[in-house]
Design a protein around this ligand. Structure first.
Ligand code: S3P
Length: 433
């Protein structure tokens, strides 16, 4: 098992660049694969999650040229051009890969079985399978979890589906199945979630309507190959955004961050906590707004986090809990029950880690209350093989006077290859242990 020893650090400085957006990278391969002609992708996240998607689509007959680590050409096979893979498709740790693929594969004329690692095999898939079955898809899950088998089903029917939870993965799976359905497929969400699928489909020439909380499209539309410049992932930038608020030297900047408004809950939450941050907007890339974000050491204060911001910061909450630990007073997070079904039960795992480092907290069914303002004590923290838990506690070293050991950090490579080098250049002290 791979572990880290993280020694206390006093500041972060310089200019940091994070790898490409995970959500956009997955979608670039999936949509590129069912488009007509070439799709050129730059800034692709060559992390294990997106490489699992890439390998799955190659196994379904999509040729991909890797020009360099982060540049690809996907040679699209058209809406009906994918072929049966000769093996079970292993999506590794990637919820986005398996759930969006379930939608896309519902409309194919061949059978596919999808699985993943132990974490993915414990995550709920009926939230996607049930609405897809309403469209006519034939899907078997294993007690609601992977492995999942998607069988050929003939023509799907469009549906009008109110999402029971705020999930971009479920919304996206239904819209992708909708490309293969008769008539209009509409999804209405209870709160806004990331809209990369809608934006990227438009980039491929598909007409997608957005009307308030409802996104819809008419089936049978063809995708035309395009160019996609993937911006830096705000979910990876998040570790440095919080680090900058806790201990940023003058001139600390996180460059080239995607600031799609359905992803910027972290910026709003940090600002409410008193963060001194400046957004320098750059030219948009591939239909997505992008900025350099400048941070200064700030006196953060505890707040009650508005629950409507939670879905807009869902992947950033673990590191926001570290910001709360460094803030004066109490911070209360509510409306975050979805965190319990991520790569780990992120509420429980973060509460356990915070307790170990001596941060008083109270775990709730849908959130956590964190008492900030304490220096952290030496401790061993189990990341439960969750990449974002591991990186969050690396940032916590800015609040510590003694070393932290973080266990089971292998999966950091799913979303942030090169994290230790980038964090080290900024001023954190992370070593293999
Ligand atoms: C994602 C949606 C979110 C997020 C995940 C990526 C996506 O999941 O947590 O990391 O790319 O659509 P949910 O849809 O389960 O909230």
């Amino acid at each position: 098992m791979k572990n880290w020893r993280v020694d206390p650090a006093g500041q972060v400085a310089g200019r940091v660049r994070v790898p490409g957006d995970k959500s956009i990278s997955h979608r670039s391969v999936m949509l590129g694969g069912i488009a007509e002609g070439r799709t050129e992708v730059t800034g692709f996240l060559a992390g294990a999650d997106c490489l699992a998607t890439l390998s799955a689509f190659q196994k379904m007959g999509v040729p991909v040229d890797r020009l360099d680590e982060t540049s690809l050409v996907v040679h699209g096979r058209g809406l009906h051009g994918l072929g049966a893979p000769s093996e079970v498709l292993d999506m590794g740790n990637a919820g986005t890969a398996i759930r969006l693929s379930m939608g896309l594969l519902s409309g194919q004329r061949f059978e596919t079985t999808l699985t993943g690692d132990a974490s993915l095999r414990s995550r709920p898939m009926e939230r996607v399978a049930a609405p897809l079955r309403q469209m006519g898809a034939r899907i078997d899950t294993t007690d609601g979890k992977p492995p999942v088998t998607v069988r050929p089903a003939g023509r799907l029917q469009g549906i009008d589906y109110p999402l029971p939870m705020a999930s971009a993965q479920v919304k996206s799976a239904i819209l992708l199945a909708g490309l293969y359905a008769e008539g209009r497929t509409a999804v209405t969400e209870p709160a806004p979630t990331r809209d990369h699928t809608e934006r990227m489909l438009r980039g491929f020439g598909v007409e997608v309507q957005t009307d308030g909380a409802t996104a819809s499209l008419v089936g049978g539309q063809k995708l035309q190959g395009t160019r996609i410049a993937v911006p830096g992932d705000i979910s990876s930038a998040a570790f440095f955004l919080v680090a900058g608020c806790l201990a940023g030297a003058d001139g600390f900047v996180v460059e080239n961050v995607g600031i799609n408004p359905t992803r910027t809950g972290i910026l709003d939450i940090l600002k409410l906590m008193g963060a001194d941050l400046t957004i320098h907007e750059r030219a948009a890339q591939g239909g997505e707004p992008v900025a350099d974000i400048e941070l200064r050491r700030s006196s953060l204060k505890g707040i009650a986090v508005p629950p409507e911001l939670v879905p807009l910061a869902i992947d950033e909450l673990p590191v926001l809990f570290i910001a709360a630990a460094g803030a004066e007073g109490e911070t209360l997070f509510t409306g975050a029950a979805e965190l319990r079904v991520k790569e780990s039960d992120r509420l429980a795992v973060m509460a356990e880690g915070l307790t170990r480092v001596g941060v008083p907290n109270e775990l709730r069914p849908d959130g956590i209350r964190i008492e900030g303002g304490h220096r952290l004590r030496a401790a061993t923290i189990d990341s439960h093989s969750d990449h974002r838990i591991a990186m969050s506690f690396a940032v916590a070293s800015l609040l510590a006077d003694a070393p932290l050991t973080i266990r089971d950090v292998e999966n950091v490579a799913t979303s942030f290859p090169g994290f230790t080098a980038t964090a080290g250049a900024a001023g954190l002290h992370i070593a293999d242990a």
